[in-house]
Design a protein around this ligand. Structure first.
Ligand code: V47
Ligand code: SF4
Length: 363
């Protein structure tokens, strides 16, 4: 296959991709700097088609954000509140059961569960949370807790990291979402989320989780103070971990939304940058099977375009998204299965309803 590039710097990148050679840090910077968005998209699409053909995945899922009270108060987060602050909430186990039962007549393949670090909740709450989901939805996968929450749960349980992960797994934890890494870089950490676990600890925890046989996703929060070099380094760190553990399932670039945050002066990410992040992930993360265009963050229309720029997954139906909408997201709070399938078909792809482990679901 030949591509006519407007930016000659993309030619050696495409040559490497065609040979199956790994991209370097310089290649990554070149991808982010290119003016030839369409040329970049065609390289990413070449890799995407080779792996997934015309398939585009989605999952029937529901988000459950059990509390927004969080002691970390990251500067980019509009969702977190202090205890007693207006709008602060904690869902009891009964409340969670009620929310699950409200949808019981609908199919459900995955429950996506994350929340803040709330000092009033004990370790038993988290065990009961997993158990109640398994009780109400025994056939759905529970995708719960980021490495940040796992670190905190190990602290409050008084157990070792290994024991904590095992206790959660025994109670029903099937897989973990990718949040919490943000940008694996000390400068960005110290400036934007100093109370959250740092780079080394995140890597230590994710490796332990993979070792315990639990797969996770990975993310990168982009569009704030990070440099292009820091983005590429983040992706290369994830690639190294994946070489070692093979425990990552999908990568999801997360576009920063600044409304109601301490960084509200920052403009929204551009469509060009959103698509470059999808393509960069597809090309640099050569050992990741799945790249998600998370429609909640970049909007339904751009997510459709992203399927032509390396993405093979649109995430899910979600039902009620809170984290990004508190920070000003304009997308819907949830989509129906029909809407997801129509979006995929309208982009020229074949929808595949999948479970959390990318097995097709035919119910
Ligand atoms: O870790 C917080 C991010 C993440 C903002 O694994 C923000 O399948 C944008 O990780 N603007 C949570 N982003 C969401 C997440 C996720 C979402 C969908 C699927 C999966 C998956 C994972 O949201 C946080 C943080 O990086 N976030 N505040 C904000 N203002
Ligand atoms: Fe807490 Fe997560 Fe928000 Fe940081 S991003 S303040 S850890 S809820």
């Amino acid at each position: 296959m030949n591509i006519e590039f407007l930016d000659a710097d993309l030619e050696p990148v495409f040559a490497k991709v065609r040979q199956g050679s790994r991209l370097s840090k310089e290649d990554g910077i070149c991808i982010y700097n290119t003016r030839d968005l369409m040329g970049l998209g065609r390289i990413a699409d070449y890799v995407r088609k080779a792996r997934h053909g015309k398939k585009a995945y989605y999952v029937v899922n529901q988000h459950l954000n059990y509390t927004n009270i969080c002691k970390n108060r990251c500067r980019f987060c509009a969702y977190a509140k202090d205890k007693g602050e207006e709008g602060a909430y904690i869902w009891s186990i009964q409340e969670i059961e009620k929310r699950l039962l409200e949808r019981i007549d609908e199919p459900m393949d995955e429950l996506h569960v994350v929340g803040g670090l709330n000092e009033t909740l004990g370790f038993d709450y988290f065990i009961d949370l997993l158990k109640v989901i398994k009780k109400v939805r025994p056939s759905a996968a529970v995708k719960a807790f980021t490495c940040v929450e796992i670190d905190y749960l190990a602290e409050i349980s008084g157990l070792s990291l290994d024991q904590t992960i095992l206790a959660l797994k025994t109670a029903g934890l099937d897989m973990m979402p990718g949040g919490g890494a943000e940008v694996l870089n000390s400068r960005v950490h110290d400036e934007l989320f100093p109370r959250k676990i740092g780079h080394q600890r995140w890597v230590e925890i994710v490796k332990k989780v993979h070792e315990a046989g639990i797969t996770t996703n990975a993310t990168m929060l982009y569009g704030h103070i990070e440099t292009l070099e820091e983005r590429v380094e983040h992706l290369m760190t994830l690639r190294e971990i994946q070489d070692e553990t093979r425990g990552f399932s999908a990568f999801i670039p997360l576009a920063f939304h600044s409304r109601n945050t301490e960084l509200s002066h920052l403009p929204p990410t551009t469509a060009v940058d959103d698509l470059k992040n999808i393509a960069a992930a597809r090309l640099i993360l050569d050992n990741f099977d799945h790249i998600k265009a998370y429609w909640v963050m970049i909007g339904e229309s751009l997510a459709q375009v992203a399927l032509n720029f390396g993405a093979d997954d649109l995430d899910g139906t979600i039902i009620e998204e809170r984290i990004t909408h508190t920070a000003g997201a304009k997308s819907a709070k949830g989509l129906t299965r029909g809407q997801m399938e129509d979006m995929i078909r309208a982009s020229g792809f074949e929808p595949v309803r999948r479970d959390s482990f990318y097995n097709p679901v035919t119910a």
